[in-house]
Design a binder for this molecule. Structure first.
Ligand code: SAH
Length: 328
């Protein structure tokens, strides 16, 4: 367990990165083993009411062609992923109010009848919505805090409220979801100290899943002239999170692979134990452009899975056959 000062020192000093990554890899092995959980990600709508400055899906981006999958279409994507062996489906979208509480509940109950774990990642909703989704069987919810620096949060999310984000996270936690959080590394104006605070916040929340990725500049956003986040710094924040939260699930994020061609394998050897392959149809994937250069796997999800299995085997890892809840 590191104190804040130690976290800051580790983040600032690059002379012992190798030892840090090896330590995180050992903690991962001891606490969650060598099997990787694959989560089939369905990006079902890129329509969004928010204006997050870093995100390509923001409402003001008129260049993006928008799409919205019908409930039947979403369910059929999920079925294909389950047939290909996926044990977890993640439904992610912009904050699209077309998917009302009732529409979501119908989708949730259909997908839950396939005997898999279901994760939602659809942004801020009311307590009542979260409760209903949970009652209909949703197991997990991902909602990154993005940054715990309240001032930076306000700058990055002009029409949102930091306190409400926190409230949503605690509502999710209290309803008994496995709670996923996380942050962006390298937002303009973000300090190292605030990244240390992010990690301490994950610990305080006792998050079950943490996704950490570098910020990647999108040309059609107000941050188009900013610089990309740093891959190594994101990797270090992830490694420290593994060491501090031990048995949680940590994805090797797609954003890491976007900045480094071998990024996900490196992440899997530095504390991560989850991959979230995209199982949406190819044409939708291109339009779900939260940032440019997002890697998109083979359009044949079975082929992609086999290919991943080979790659994982080469680093001594396997694909888990379980639902992949947090280990006790
Ligand atoms: N609407 C949902 C899903 C958001 S997209 C929600 O609000 O939770 C999932 C994640 O992508 C975000 O939480 C954010 O951390 C990340 N993201 C968005 N834009 C990005 C960018 N330009 N670079 C890297 N990651 C980004």
């Amino acid at each position: 367990m590191f104190a804040k000062k130690e976290i800051i020192d580790i983040l600032k000093d690059n002379s012992q990165n190798r030892e840090l990554f090896a330590h995180a890899d050992m903690v991962r092995k001891e606490n969650v083993g060598d099997a990787i959980h694959l989560r089939g990600l369905i990006e079902f709508s890129n329509i969004c009411r928010c204006s997050c400055k870093y995100c390509g899906l923001q409402m003001a981006n008129k260049k993006l062609e928008r799409y919205r999958l019908s409930p039947d279409n979403i369910i059929s994507c999920a079925k294909d992923a389950v047939d290909a062996g996926y044990k977890t489906i993640v439904l992610q979208s912009g904050e699209d109010i077309f998917y009302s509480k009732n529409v979501m509940c119908k989708i949730i109950s259909e997908i839950k009848s396939m005997d898999i774990a279901l994760t939602l990642s659809i942004g801020e909703r009311s307590l009542e919505d979260y409760k209903e989704f949970r009652d209909f069987g949703a197991d997990r919810y991902l909602l990154r805090i993005e940054t715990t620096d309240a001032n930076l949060y306000k700058k990055m999310h002009p029409n949102m409220d930091f306190k409400n984000r926190l409230k949503c996270l605690y509502n999710i936690k209290n309803l008994g979801y496995e709670t996923g959080c996380g942050s962006l590394i390298g937002l303009p104006g973000q300090s190292i100290e605030s990244i240390a605070n992010d990690i301490l916040f994950f610990k305080e929340l006792d998050a079950d899943m943490i996704g950490i990725g570098p910020f990647i500049v999108h040309p059609d956003t107000p941050l188009k002239d900013a610089e990309n986040g740093n891959f190594t710094l994101a990797l270090k924040a992830m490694a420290i999170t593994r060491i501090m939260l031990k048995n949680i699930n940590i994805p090797a994020t797609t954003a890491m692979e976007t900045l480094n061609p071998n990024g996900r394998i490196i992440a899997l050897q530095s504390g991560a134990n989850v991959i979230m392959p995209n199982v949406t149809t190819l044409e939708c994937r291109k339009k779900y452009e939260i940032y440019p250069g997002k890697i998109t796997p083979d359009k044949d999800i079975q082929k992609h899975r086999n290919c991943l299995e080979e790659k994982l085997k080469s680093i001594g890892r396997t694909i888990s056959k379980e639902h992949g809840f947090r280990r006790q």
